[in-house]
Ligand binder design. Structure first.
Ligand code: SF4
Length: 400
């Protein structure tokens, strides 16, 4: 299969097959892959605008029974380092987010057996009561599946209840690679098979939610499996049109059980570019500067990305695995403009909200990302005692 022939198809706006995508990914020079991805981006986004969102990545608990071997964030049930955030702590984080122009929380956490569905519903309702227009981009598919198992309710019923409580959108976390061979090796098959992950998204889309999709590469998968992942996302998007965006990042190995080394910057740019080419039915691709750093994040704009992701006020998961890049709005906008684009703020649906907020009013500079909690803070929130725990450790901790 000639690379030139496949490249001509991409330029003509034709869809590539899995075999063609693999040939490009394996054999096309990086500069050509970039040019092809950039041509697809320019066709979808002709105005030379690059967007970003101001939000906060809050991890409500680090206690998790899933134990994925690539994860440095979780703590087992009963660990002295385990935490659950209190409602008041979440409100404080939202106040701080709104103060710098933020419009949503990206709210995700471990699979904590001691947090029943009612805890999530009460938290969401309390947030919406205080902050009616603030958005909740919350609970990745494996968390929804965990809640379905915990509450013995089918996934669509869990989604309906969460929407009724205030859920606005579902983040595409926990996808890793949507191939079950890989998921078994990463110990994440139990939390969600590839089909289960995709089915949660189908149900969410049918229920009227828009969601994102992700891919974490660089562990044990082959190139063929990366392409299979993209093909499976493309199929669901053909069915539902419910994905707003795709985000890919490389596995971060520090402090994980799996260990190993991190994929290179070129691997990242090639993977982003092939995703832009394959996912012809996705409008938006984000740059993952959080894992790649600002400089590769900026280069992503020439390899298919049209969005710089989030001005992330807080981050805990990637930091636990060794990456701690921080860019505030000033720095994100500087990188976008220096690459020759106009920078615009957006919401979770990629509607443009306006120009950079720091040009409209004084916003404090943010030179370090926040954390879920200060080191060593193991406070148990008062309201947790209202919710029944399932684990022995949870029951003991909640006994007055
Ligand atoms: S990746 Fe998520 S589900 Fe897996 S161990 Fe970490 S917190 Fe738990």
């Amino acid at each position: 299969m000639s690379i030139d022939r496949i490249a001509a198809k991409v330029v003509a706006g034709e869809r590539v097959s899995a075999d063609e995508a693999l040939a490009l990914y394996a054999r096309a020079p990086t500069a050509l892959l970039g040019r092809l991805a950039d041509s697809v981006r320019a066709r979808k986004h002709p105005g030379r605008l690059v967007t970003y969102i101001i939000d906060r990545n809050v991890n409500y608990t680090n206690v998790c029974v899933a134990k994925c071997n690539f994860c440095a964030f979780y703590r087992p049930v009963g660990s002295p380092e385990g935490y659950v955030l209190g409602f008041d702590e979440v409100f404080r984080k939202i106040d701080e987010t709104i103060a710098v122009g933020g419009v949503q929380l990206l709210l995700q956490g471990g699979h904590n057996p001691d947090l029943p569905l009612t805890w999530y519903e009460d938290l969401f309702r309390a947030i919406k009561e205080r902050y009616p227009s603030f958005k909740l981009h919350a609970l990745s598919p494996p968390e929804v599946i965990h809640l379905s198992r915990l509450s013995a309710l089918p996934v669509p019923a869990v989604i309906e209840r969460l929407i009724a409580a205030g859920l606005d959108s579902i983040p595409g976390g926990g996808a890793e690679i949507l191939v079950d061979r890989v998921r078994r090796l990463l110990h994440c098959y139990g939390k969600a098979t590839a089909d289960e992950w995709l089915d949660v998204m189908r149900h969410a889309h049918r229920a009227g939610l828009r969601t994102t999709a992700t891919m974490m590469y660089g562990t044990v998968e082959t190139d063929e499996e990366r392409i299979e992942h993209l093909m499976r996302l493309r199929e669901v998007q053909d069915e539902t049109r419910g994905f707003t965006a795709f985000i890919t990042w490389s596995y971060q190995p520090d402090h994980t059980e799996l260990a190993g080394s991190e994929a290179t910057g070129v691997d990242y740019l090639r993977t982003l570019a092939i995703a832009r080419i394959v996912l012809d039915n996705f409008d938006n691709l984000q740059a993952s500067w959080v894992t790649q750093g600002g400089k590769v994040g900026q280069l992503s704009l020439a390899y298919g990305a049209n969005d710089m992701g989030s001005v992330m006020i807080e981050e805990n998961v990637v930091r636990a695995a060794g990456a701690s890049y921080c860019m505030d709005e000033v720095e994100i906008v500087r990188n976008i403009e220096d690459a020759g684009f106009a920078a615009k703020r957006r919401n979770m649906h990629y509607d443009i909200l306006g120009d950079p907020i720091f040009r409209e009013r004084d916003v404090p500079r943010m030179l370090e990302l926040g954390t879920a909690r200060a080191d060593g803070d193991v406070t148990i929130p008062e309201e947790l005692r209202l919710y029944p725990a399932r684990s022995r450790a949870g029951k003991e901790a909640r006994t007055p």
